[in-house]
Design a protein around this ligand. Structure first.
Ligand SMILES: C[S@@+](CC[C@H](N)C(=O)[O-])C[C@H]1O[C@@H](n2cnc3c(N)ncnc32)[C@H](O)[C@@H]1O
Length: 316
């Protein structure tokens, strides 16, 4: 990737992803976008290790919370080797339990019980949709589902089939290149650092969901979704509806890998639920509002969702 493409990526992150969510990340991304020396350093790092949220999370773990761009710049002058070592060691594994609020209508509508198989599961917080409480704000009317755990709040537009109860889960398992262990404080610190500053509710939700997961951690198997899905799917009980799902994962998988994964989902005969940027599902990016995800069942879009689960727009 050239320095100019990196510059454009950081500008785009400031304008379209961090704007309205994290004023600090807007400032940091704008600062990096105009800093030729930092861009040249990032350009020398491997693919997948240069993106804004990874850099800013690593900087916050090394240097503590940052006030603004000048502080980031100072940190990267004084402790760049430490930040680089963390960048190289870690990956973007943001685990957002709130995404369960957008998956719930599809999961609850399937024949129960479910065998849930999440690829790209991180710590597996999205594998626990039956252990959270939900509050859907549907045009002023509040629809509550479930109980216990954190309350996941989601704004709803359109005729979403909001369920009366959470799904029944007979079996669950995750697959990830690098499973995150909710019992390991250092790994949990990394998950926390992946939450953008200024989004206080997300950090609270993360901590509460980790508390729920620690009571009975979901099993996450180390493996690659492009090759290891069939072996794990074969372990699911036959008398449950097998659902293979993923959220915010395919952007990290090369195009050929995505095609191999789609073929494997078909082969194992699972219901396929995807919550992803439209581009990585082969959908027209213009068909979804900027920075939102498409929620699709069997490859067919059914809704547009906030990328962190805060809203759901059901398509008529
Ligand atoms: C941004 S996180 C999303 C986690 C979770 N799905 C969520 O929405 O909260 C992406 C996860 O996908 C995993 N991942 C990326 N490529 C993968 C692959 N080829 N096979 C398995 N997991 C992968 C990463 O390790 C990371 O944990």
């Amino acid at each position: 990737m050239s320095v100019e493409r990196l510059r454009a990526g950081y500008r785009d992150f400031a304008a379209n992803e961090a704007a309205g969510r994290s004023p600090l990340y807007v400032e940091l991304a704008r600062g990096v976008a105009e800093d030729d020396e930092l861009l040249a350093w990032l350009d020398r790092l491997p693919v997948g290790k240069r993106q804004p949220n990874l850099l800013f999370s690593a900087a916050r773990v090394v240097g503590g919370e940052l006030d603004g761009y000048e502080e980031l710049r100072t940190l990267l002058s004084e402790r760049r080797d430490d930040v680089e070592a963390l960048l190289l060691a870690r990956r973007t594994q943001t685990n957002e339990a709130a995404r369960c609020a957008t998956l719930l209508p599809l999961l609850a509508a399937l024949p129960q019980p479910l065998a849930l198989l999440e690829v790209g599961a991180s710590a597996g917080l999205c594998l626990l949709p039956d252990r959270y409480a939900y509050e859907y704000d549907a045009g002023g009317a509040t629809h509550r589902v479930g109980g216990g755990g954190p309350v996941l709040r989601c704004r709803v537009r359109g005729p979403a089939p909001l369920p009366a109860s959470v799904p029944r889960v007979a079996w669950r398992a995750g697959l990830d290149l690098e499973p995150v262990d909710v019992a390991d404080p250092e790994q949990v610190r990394w998950l926390e650092a992946l939450v953008w500053p200024g989004e206080g509710d997300r950090l609270e939700t993360l901590r509460a969901a980790i508390g729920v997961a620690r009571q009975d951690p979901p099993r996450i198997v180390q493996g690659d979704l492009t090759t290891d899905l069939p072996a794990l799917a074969a372990e699911a009980p036959r008398d449950a509806t097998l659902v293979v799902f993923h959220t915010a994962v395919l952007a990290y998988v090369p195009r050929e890998g995505r095609a191999a994964f789609r073929a494997a989902v078909q082969d194992v005969g699972a219901t396929w639920i995807a919550n992803e940027a439209p581009r990585v599902l082969g959908l027209d990016p213009a068909s979804v509002p900027p920075s939102m995800f498409a929620l699709a069942r069997g490859g067919e879009p059914v809704a547009h969702t906030d990328s962190h689960g805060a809203s759901l727009t059901w398509l008529a």
